[in-house]
Design a protein around this ligand. Sequence first.
Ligand SMILES: [Zn+2]
Length: 105
Amino acid sequence: MTRLRTLGSRVAMAPSRQPSTQRVADRRITGRALQERRLRIWSRDPHCAGCGRLVAMHEFELDHKVALVRGGADTDENCQVLCTGPDGCHHRKTQVDLGRARRGD
Ligand SMILES: [Zn+2]
C-alpha cells in the first residue's frame, strides 16, 4: 500500500482548478483535454466566429457549431471560438441553441 499512499499525496498536492464552464452534464470533454482543445482551436484562429472580434485566451467560450443537444459531434472540427459576456456571441448562440430565442429579435 506504500505506492498507493505516495500516489495519493501527489494527487492531493496537485492544484485543483475547476473549470468555470462546467455546468451542463452532458457528453462533452472536460478538464485538461478541454483546456488543450481551447488552446488548440484559439491558436488556429483567435477571432470570434460570430462577430469577428479578436479575443484573448480568457475572453471566449469554445462553442459547438452544431450543439451537442442537437446531435453535434464533440470534435475539434465542430468547435469554434465565440466571445463571452452578457452581449457576447456565445451567450446569444446558447439562447438560440436552447430554443429560447424570442421571435422578432
Ligand atoms: Zn462575438
